[in-house]
Design a protein around this ligand. Sequence first.
Ligand SMILES: [Zn+2]
Length: 399
Amino acid sequence: MAMGKNALNWQVVAREGEARAGLLQTRRALVETPVFMPVGTAGTVKGMRFESLESPELDARIILGNTYHLWLRPGAEVIRACGGLHRFTSWERALLTDSGGFQVWSLGALRKLREEGVEFRSHVDGSARFLSPEVSMEVQAALGSEIVMAFDECAPGEASHEEARVSLELTARWAARSRRRFDELQREAEGFGDAGRTPEHHPAVNGEQALFGIVQGAAHADLRRESLARTVEVGFDGYAIGGLSVGEEKPVMYDTIEMLAPLMPTDRPRYLMGVGTPEDLLEAVARGVDMFDCVLPTRNARTGQAFTARGKLNIKNARWTTDTRPLDSSCACSVCRRHSRAYLRHLYTTGEMLGGMLLTHHNLAFFLDTMRRVRQAIRSGDFTRFRREFLERYRSGVE
Ligand SMILES: [Zn+2]
């Protein structure tokens, strides 16, 4: 199984029950797991300067880029011409790019699914587009992310057994096609392939990307197990659980992770895609997940919602009008050290740009700090107690 040389190294450094603390070495950053990856949809974590993401306060080591959005705008050719997504954005730490499969799936009726790939209309200019495992691998090679995701098909959370099976079969065939095209591109970039050296095509790649496979199967345990077996058969550098948090009930999500994670290869990182709330993160870590991404801390910040140690706080609420306390008295972030709820509410209600920026900063600080504490707890064998106390407090409500 061809893997980019030194593309990725991951090792477990501590365990408690199913929970694992690990070290993920990519060619650009050492990432401690369990890790929360802020979502940088279109080459930006909305409202955040890169200096803030890199600051000791947040210290994000890896962020996400969305293939679908970057492919449509500014386009793979533009990013390739600018030397890849790292150089284009000046983000020098690790990047994971998704395959575009989920965004295309989200288009629902606007897309046309075929064996070869997915036809859809661009939400930007209405142009006809076609995304396939091969195209996704080519775009992600141009982006030059450390971690590339296989192109998959997602079934809705409530998908019937038959629907989920059809989707799983397609995902398995697309996984093999993703693997094949990815390996070709890596060999080309290394200069050992039949195509010869083509650095002008992939200046940022150097044959050092890693590829993750995605397990589907909706809420059906037998299909999840089968999807896992077939994904492992293709062979990947890491394994993701896809198709959760897409409309199913919480217990279904937790049960699926609990059943699936222990069956996944123990020597590869496990990534739960698109999840979730602080509670979800702790519950999934306890069940053996190592990596997460979610738009919640950034998207919800822009609609006035803060995450705190005592749960969610809606900054629009009139009760904060003259409240001089910080968002979260137990948070050490620069927003909580400096600004009051009253001021943040004022910024939000007057539509000031800074309001969303400050809430985004705090929310990311809270998510990243929570994961830091999770890692420490696992390393010191104290995760069970940490999880219980964190969740009790989180559910106690904001004062
Ligand atoms: Zn804060």
